[in-house]
Design a protein around this ligand. Structure first.
Ligand code: RB5
Length: 148
């Protein structure tokens, strides 16, 4: 069964705890790289931790939560091999696995509630990358990374 890395800043401790239990109940192992404190902290630290766990293969996929999901995903996307997608609804969460082969899903604790977060995570974890023409496009994204 897949191992999921989860990370968050101070804004998202409660939602992280809820989603951790939810994902564990689906049968996954969840590794917590986020803060467990409500004290103000810096989201790039946790975005990078989860990104490195996924890029190294220590974890299969990642979940990142901050206020909007944006800052923490921007940080994660700086790590080679990471495709972190911010999704505020389930349709995009499914499609970003199927078409973009996203390996991290991000969302905002100030944007989505618990029930929406559960649906986003369900679609992301249940979907599979479709390959084919989408592989060519993902390869082109990787080529941009290589050319830096
Ligand atoms: C923290 O106030 C907030 O900026 C952070 O959680 C996140 O939304 C950044 O993108």
């Amino acid at each position: 069964m897949k191992k999921i890395a989860i990370g968050n800043d101070h804004v998202a401790v409660e939602l992280k705890n809820h989603i951790t239990k939810y994902v564990e109940a689906k049968g996954y192992t969840v590794v917590n790289f986020g803060t467990d404190s409500g004290e103000s902290c810096d989201y790039p630290v946790y975005g990078e931790k989860v990104a490195r766990a996924v890029a190294s293969g220590e974890c299969d996929l990642g979940i990142l939560i901050c206020g909007t999901g944006i800052g923490i995903s921007l940080a994660a996307n700086k790590v080679k091999g990471i495709r972190a997608a911010v999704c505020s609804e389930p349709y995009s969460a499914r499609l970003t696995r199927q078409h973009n082969n996203a390996n991290i899903i991000a969302f905002g604790a100030r944007v989505v509630g618990q029930a929406m977060a559960e649906m986003i995570v369900d679609e992301f974890l249940d979907a599979e990358f479709e390959g084919g023409r989408h592989q060519r496009r993902v390869d082109l994204i990787e080529k941009i990374e290589e050319n830096n």
